[in-house]
Design a binder for this molecule. Structure first.
Ligand code: HEM
Length: 157
């Protein structure tokens, strides 16, 4: 199975589909999703983008927890993230959260690399992994807000 990364093109419309409920069920519902997201953040912590995230342990734990809740909801599980977005559309709110950070294509590819490693450790069908990957690979394009290095940079692997 190959979890590919395609290039972000500035201004291009991104058509993404939220992961199916089958992914959420296969991963083990709320508890499984929490384990998966904590494993993802352990990898983030060791990555080139760890500086984007709080260095304070308690603050970092809060990010992990919010992230877990978001992914539970976006994968069709209980609506446990709803209160965070203050009535804003969930997808729009998630793009907005990232506006506070300077995210370029290199950071996106690093983030996706961490997600790929976490996903590879999970014992579920490849088809369901692909479904989840398709969502993060595409949606992550919408979190990129710094395009300065886009032409010169070719990190796709
Ligand atoms: C599919 C793509 C992505 C999704 C769904 C996603 C989701 C999230 C969620 C749910 C949060 C927590 C928001 C909250 O405070 O309630 C968050 C925070 C954050 N994400 Fe992402 N993210 C994505 C891509 C990225 C990428 C590519 C980066 C690149 C560095 C990134 C960096 C961050 C940072 C720095 C924070 C905030 C940490 C803090 O609050 O200090 N994210 N993200």
């Amino acid at each position: 199975m190959e979890l590919k990364i395609t290039k972000t093109v500035k201004g291009e419309k991104v058509d993404f589909k939220r992961p199916s409920i089958e992914f959420f069920e296969a991963i083990g519902g709320t508890k499984g999703m929490r384990d998966f997201m904590y494993s993802f953040y352990d990898i983030i912590y060791e990555s080139d983008i760890h500086n984007f995230f709080p260095q304070d342990r308690e603050e970092f734990d809060k990010v992990k927890e919010k992230n877990t809740k978001f992914f539970i909801q976006v994968c069709g599980g209980p609506k446990v993230y709803e209160d965070e977005s203050g009535g804003m559309d969930l997808d729009e709110y998630m793009i907005h959260v990232h506006d506070d950070f300077t995210i370029n294509e290199k950071a996106r590819v690093e983030w996706l690399g961490c997600m790929r490693s976490a996903l590879e450790k999970v014992d579920i069908d490849d088809e369901l992994k692909m479904d989840f990957w398709d969502y993060v690979e595409k949606f992550s394009k919408l979190t990129v807000n710094d395009f300065k290095d886009l032409q010169a940079f070719n990190p796709y692997h």
